[in-house]
Design a binder for this molecule. Sequence first.
Ligand code: GUN
Length: 278
Amino acid sequence: MVTILDGKKLRDKILAELKLKLDKMEKKPTLAVILIGNNPASWIYVENKKRTAESIGINSIILRYPKDVSEEEILDKIHELNKDDNVNAILVQLPTPAHISKENIINIIDPRKDVDGFTPYNTGKLFSGEKPFAYPCTPKGIMLLLDEYNINIDGKHAVIVGRSNIVGKPLIQFLLNRNATVTICHSHTKNLADITKTADIVISAVGEKIINENMLKPNCIVIDVGISKDAAGKIHGDVDFENVSKIASYISPVPGGVGPMTIASLMLNTVELFELNR
Ligand code: GUN
């Protein structure tokens, strides 16, 4: 029987604990989110972050810019936020429009306010096995979800599908830190199914429906990070949930799996940065 990895339930538990902690704090943390352009998915994600933050007592500021804003204006704003003692956490919603270099933007965020853990300083810390000021939210959320269900990672073969800076690449390090054997696959990988069939844990973060039951070993653990919409507007993940559920031991659903855990991690990171900078 498959066990569903319930990200909503764990998110609610984490948020309830955070709220209790925040209720006792006289001064509250502030999260500043920069949103450029009108990508509908980004608007929804950012609204969700704001709503969640405010529901537990974190102040949030959303700074919205038109899609043709100059890179210079964004850089100036980040410098200002870096210096502002009332702002503890800074997030630039990705993707940014093509004329704005996400590297230039991320590189100047103060690592002590880098709530995504994306700056070179925090990435370097993560990859050298040291503690960054903040860990990237989606991989952190995945690990919290695996731990909640007491899933042992040590010595397991974990196959990651997708090599993004946001999910795939940092996940390598999270899993290595926990003594997994890690393989990372991507769009140029040959014979993907031959590799995923050898996995004890498959984590897919592609944004296309690419994982089916014929590509997996019975009783494997499946984490679905993908989120996209079909022609009818229905949300789905990278995994054929219905058929994979028949052979997997654990599976995270979409929606309701990794997505809520990303938000929970963002709230945890905001509070941790606030405590660090106080
Ligand atoms: N866009 C999609 N996921 C993320 C994330 O984790 N952080 C930021 N800043 N942008 C994103």
